[in-house]
Ligand binder design. Structure first.
Ligand code: DAH
Length: 339
């Protein structure tokens, strides 16, 4: 029995020495000292010993147990300090490392200006509706009173998909869609992308953004149009802003006007932004042509309407003094981050 205890002592010492972590050390402890462990098994067999042998073997077994416990403790401590050392090396903090700069994204200036416009018009009771970018030639031209020989219908100006389908050249076709699906009074704006066969340069792009506006009700007059756009301009560019209506010609409005706002840099005196004019041309507008009302299913004898449309890039560029449209599409963060 003594020899058995010696074997246990040696084997346990070896296994403890080679344990590489706390878990394997615990396995060794259970194997030798646990309830079903090797040492416990021997102590159970002590009943078979003579009364003289019992205290001797008992004392010996206690020594073996104490030794194993001491080994376990020693090994446990050394494993713990090793683990700590490893952790310290692995989790070392270099307090001189530069901090990570968290950058927060921003909305594109076109989106910012579009959002501001929407906010103003929604505040005036307008609904926002959207139309498709792939549009019928009928909605984009015919229903908008643009005759078959109108220059804008030319292949050189318009991206046609086939004879009857095209990439809309303006947001105005949404007027037709709105009139056909809504009943007056109608008060809508419609922002979105439009396409034209233009070479890219400082002031042109084959894709750009417009915002269309349409109001249909009884007794809508030129006075409503002027009042509405003047209010919008003051909200958009400041309360000192003035507006100027110049006669113009669009197929879908009668009368038609181009609308200028007083230069928000010089206030009208003339500067670099307004090229000495004091005014900046910003939008097209007019009273909806009776033919357009009819195409939208609305009786021009009962209702009248006002409409306007503007290029969002143009508003962005004049608002921020950007002289080259290409900056808006190149998506250079150093440029876009300034707005
Ligand atoms: N669709 C015109 C364009 O692309 C802009 C425009 C002018 C829209 C007058 C209108 C309007 O609704 O009444 O140049």
């Amino acid at each position: 029995m003594k020899a058995q205890l010696d074997n246990i002592s040696v084997a346990a010492a070896q296994e403890i020495a080679s344990a590489s972590d706390k878990a394997s050390l615990e396995t060794v402890r259970i194997k030798y000292l646990g309830k079903k462990g090797a040492l416990t098994a021997i102590l159970r067999g002590m009943g078979a010993l003579t009364p003289e042998e019992r205290p001797v073997i008992g004392a010996y077994a206690n020594t073996v147990r104490a030794n194993i416990e001491a080994f376990l403790e020693e090994k446990g401590a050394s494993l713990a300090s090793e683990e700590l050392k490893n952790a310290l090396v692995k989790e070392k903090l270099d307090v001189t490392m530069p901090a990570k700069v968290k950058t927060v994204g921003k909305l594109h200036p076109i989106t910012q200006v579009e959002n501001r416009m929407k906010e103003i018009f929604v505040g005036l009771g307008f609904d926002i509706v959207e139309g498709p970018e792939v549009e019928s030639a009928y909605n984009n031209f015919d229903a908008l009173n643009a005759p078959a020989d109108h220059p804008s219908r030319d292949f050189q100006d318009t991206f046609y998909i086939n004879d009857t389908t095209l990439l809309r050249t303006q947001t105005s076709p949404v007027q037709i869609r709105a009139m056909k699906t809504m009943t007056p009074p109608i008060r809508i704006i419609s922002p979105g992308r439009v396409y034209r066969c233009d070479e890219v340069d400082a002031t042109h792009s084959p894709m750009f953004h417009q915002l269309e506006g349409l109001v249909i009700d009884k007794n809508i007059t030129l006075g409503d149009l002027k009042g509405l756009l003047e209010l919008w301009a003051k909200e958009m560019f400041g309360s000192d802003t003035k507006t100027r209506f110049r006669p113009h010609n669009f197929p879908f409005t009668e009368p038609s006007a181009e609308v200028d706002v007083s230069c928000f840099v010089c206030g009208g005196k003339g500067c670099r932004l307004c090229k000495g004019e004091g005014w900046i041309e910003l939008l097209g507008a007019g009273l909806v042509h009776p033919n357009v009302l009819k195409a939208g299913g609305i009786d021009p004898e009962v209702y009248s309407g006002l409409a306007f449309g503007m290029g969002i890039e143009r508003v962005v560029m004049t608002s921020y003094g950007i002289d080259d449209m290409r900056h808006l599409y190149e998506n250079d963060i150093r440029f876009l981050g300034q707005f």
